[in-house]
Design a protein around this ligand. Sequence first.
Ligand code: FS2
Ligand code: SF4
Length: 542
Amino acid sequence: MFCYQCQETAGCKGCTRVGVCGKTPDVAAMQDLLVFVSKGLSAVTTQLRKEERPVSKEVNHLITLNLFVTITNANFDREAIVARIKETLSVKKELLEKVKNKKALPADALWEGEESGFMEKAAEVGVLSTENEDLRSLRELITYGLKGLSAYSKHANALLEDNEAVDAFLQRALAATLDDSLSADDLVALTLETGKYGVEGMALLDQANTGAYGNPEITKVKIGVGKNPGILVSGHDLRDLEMLLEQTQGTGVDVYTHSEMLPAHYYPAFKKYPNFYGNYGNAWWKQKEEFESFQGPILMTTNCIVPPKDSYKDRMFTTGAAGYPGCKHIPGEIGEKKDFSEIIELAKTCPAPIEIEQGEIIGGFAHHQVLALADQVVEAVKSGAIKKFVVMAGCDGRAKSREYYTEFAKALPKDTVILTAGCAKYKYNKLELGDIGGIPRVLDAGQCNDSYSLAVIALKLKEVFGLENINELPIIYNIAWYEQKAVIVLLSLLYLGVKNIHLGPTLPAFLSPNVAKVLVENFGISGIGTVEEDMALFFGEA
Ligand code: FS2
Ligand code: SF4
């Protein structure tokens, strides 16, 4: 196997024996093949669109879910992945018959095969099959961005929102990674275009989430526990959470969020459920301890899954793109009502969660709420009470080097405000960093996709201050990344013209020296230093 798509890749180079995430070589092979056949299907759909033939939403959804399944920590279930490869090949075969000009298709798009030949084919089509390291780097950068975009599209689709232009681009770009005639310059241009559609994809999801559940508002979320048994919901899918909340009414079972599901508490629509208790635990990587002490069933609606311990494996469930062998998967297509009764019945037999924390945390600072406070914020900037905003969005992870983010947050001057989104916030959201004239010093916009909110806020501030360029704002970008959704967020920020982003704790292994040089020269991207060095760099003081 060879995989280097996430920040925790072995030795900052690539996982070759087994994934640091727990992905085994046979699962890695099937994920490589699923990406490959999705590229083939995308070449076919792209040609059909060129021939002005329609492509159905179901096919769009198949491709986005395929990519989502291959995101880090989403799906470890070989059988489920094999089933998706077979379905993709069968859909492709059907669509191929409708293509008039088959000669326009790359040979890879014509590949067919039986399960007995899947391992052999997978060995030919992995990341290293592109020999030139710069082309490989760009192809993978685009593919990882598209994986992130697929995740966001899929969440919007679950709320019955679609954007054909986003799907058409996603498939065109995916197919382009099979095209040997494209130069490095062509692929750089396609990388930036991926960022453009990243913004559209996040805007679509923002519209889907706020349309269905209202605009996030300032909310205090309990982090202690109640006396009832509970169900812990992790991942990012708000529609799954909604269905679970509906089905748990009157059952005596409370629902808790975990990790990236925390921001669900900020939406008005979920506040009407009396059993929506609070948030339990921290970012994804602490789940081994926290799922054990939770004592009740856990529903993983997406990544990030850590291979479960036997002590709670039989009470861990997956749904949607998520999967783990031996954990029950709750089925349900887009638009269908999922049946969570088995989880609820199990919860009734479980003890209440063991308390691991007490108190409350505050969040809900997505664009609508922050813009409602715009006068206060602008006044604080004009008076000098707020000197700088620091965007510290992104992901959390296991690496010890990520303690940098806690120390960085603690060391920030008291006249700075952190803007955050994603699970990166768990490194500092319980630190009690205080407020500036009533504005909390950590403003949590929501999940990683709500980084879109941070861009909307920046664009609005640019307008209010009458600036020409987004980079003239007093905003520092110090982003933590882990998996591929962070890649689409990064490409989206680059598309919006944001320069001098600091990315850590390490730069992606999939950036070849030449590709990294392009990003440094054109966008001023850099890594992080020590907290002391970075304080001096950003604020001129140690
Ligand atoms: Fe965190 Fe994992 Fe949100 Fe990533 S829970 S690293 O999926 O997308 O962020
Ligand atoms: Fe390694 Fe990350 Fe790939 Fe897992 S997803 S195999 S940890 S590079």
